[in-house]
Design a protein around this ligand. Structure first.
Ligand code: ADP
Length: 253
């Protein structure tokens, strides 16, 4: 009990420190810019207002992300679970992001089974998971690369059935020493690059906790300069159907 209280206090302390750190820099920059204009007695030019507005949007996204993240960490994330056909849903998400990928000179492909694959999930949360993984794939894959989304049905892992979705990119990859911390809040492999590309550093923590709230998990495999694969496992569990064919288990291990 004492240990858990101390752990909860440590999580709270780290969260406050992280938030203060993440908000301090953009806030001081905005403050400085506005003060300079005020002291010079000038109007703020429209392009500067636009830039400040972008920063405000980014900060408010950050605060929203932190809010859901703290709910998920505390196990209090509300899930509105309904049957969802992953095949159709992912086709829609890929379609929504296709333009952005193509603008970045990337080939974007969906490799899917041709029948419905129904999972009991909160569509909004699951959309955010794949949106986060796919926007990362777009962000961290240089011009000329390729992003593939692969959907597989009834994959068996440790005696349970899963729908498996892999987001495969041919991007910059992640050095192995970073893989262990990748799902930590505000963890960035390359601080400068990630900030420049507009990431909040919370995308993977959110994806991980949302998938975990659905009883699933995410795996990652990566090779520097070759690419990264994030694999999302979502249970399609039907307990009676638990594995009784050992050959099948082996073939999926
Ligand atoms: P960010 O908002 O910084 O992208 P994330 O939590 O989504 O934060 O990702 C954490 C870090 O993991 C990123 O800063 C980046 O360094 C690395 N990363 C995530 N996805 C990929 C990917 N597909 N390829 C290479 N690096 C990635």
């Amino acid at each position: 009990m004492t240990f858990r209280l101390r752990e909860a206090e440590e999580v709270r302390r780290r969260l406050v420190a992280d938030v203060a750190h993440e908000l301090r820099t953009p806030l001081s920059i905005m403050q400085l810019k506005l003060e300079n204009y005020q002291q010079a007695g000038q109007h703020v030019p429209p392009e500067m207002l636009l830039r400040i507005h972008d920063e405000v949007i980014r900060m408010s996204m950050l605060v929203d992300d932190l809010h859901v993240l703290s709910l998920a960490e505390a196990g209090r994330l509300s899930l509105d679970r309904k049957p969802l056909d992953l095949t159709v849903h992912l086709a829609r998400i890929v379609d929504d992001l296709k333009f952005e990928a193509e603008e970045n000179g990337l080939e974007f492909q969906l490799s899917t089974i041709s029948r419905p694959l129904t999972v009991m999930v909160d569509a909004r949360r699951i959309t955010q998971v794949f949106f986060n993984l796919l926007t990362n794939a777009i962000r961290y894959t240089p011009h000329g690369g390729k992003i593939t989304v692969e959907i597989e049905d009834r994959v068996i892992d440790r005696d349970a059935f899963y729908a498996r979705v892999s987001v495969i990119d041919t991007g910059i990859g992640i050095p192995s020493e970073h893989l262990l911390h990748l799902f930590d809040r505000f963890y960035r492999v390359d601080e400068a690059r990630s900030r420049h590309t507009g990431g909040t550093g919370l995308g993977l923590s959110i994806a991980h906790l949302f998938v975990r709230a659905h009883g699933g998990f995410i795996r990652v495999a990566s090779q520097t300069d070759k690419g990264t694969v994030f694999t999302v496992y979502l249970p399609i569990g039907n307990d009676q159907e638990k594995v009784d064919n050992p050959d099948r288990i082996m073939s999926f291990q």
